[in-house]
Design a protein around this ligand. Structure first.
Ligand SMILES: [Ca+2]
Length: 148
């Protein structure tokens, strides 16, 4: 368990780093594709959102959200992803919608940093974003060292 500080810029930098973002999204996608058919079903996506904690981020603790409200919420999330109404979400739909969601989170965070407690192996995007920020800071520190 570690604590990371995230603000809107952290998230936005991550989304705009196409290589890192796509790598992260694609690995998330394949881990969510439980039956390995190359697309995410409604059930697979629901499992995804339960594990990604984005619901909690948006709506507060999910254990106070009524069940039927949660169903509607997950349905509306799925409809947001399934742009062509095929009943499944493919990788490009997943990338596009994750980008939108993360940018919305970034807007919500603005310049006020929040602290998040994350497991070291947390698969969430916010953890990826924080890791990317941390690695940038680390390399910046190295580069700013005065030459001996
Ligand atoms: Ca699948």
């Amino acid at each position: 368990m570690g604590v990371v500080i995230i603000d809107g810029t952290t998230v936005r930098d991550f989304v705009n780093n196409e290589e890192e973002f796509n790598k992260s999204v694609d690995s998330q996608f394949s881990s969510l594709d439980l039956n390995h058919d190359g697309v995410l079903s409604r059930a697979e996506l629901r499992t995804a959102f339960q594990s990604m904690r984005l619901i909690e981020t948006h709506f507060g603790l999910d254990d106070v959200t009524p069940v039927d409200e949660l169903h509607r919420l997950y349905d509306s999330i799925f409809d947001g992803f399934d742009l062509d109404r095929s009943g499944f979400v493919d990788t490009s739909e997943f990338r596009a919608e994750m980008k939108k969601i993360l940018l919305a989170i970034a807007d919500g965070l603005g310049s006020s940093p929040i602290q998040m407690a994350l497991e070291d192996d947390d698969p969430s995007f916010l953890k990826h974003a924080a890791d990317l920020e941390a690695s940038k800071l680390a390399s910046h520190d190295v580069n700013s060292q005065p030459k001996a």
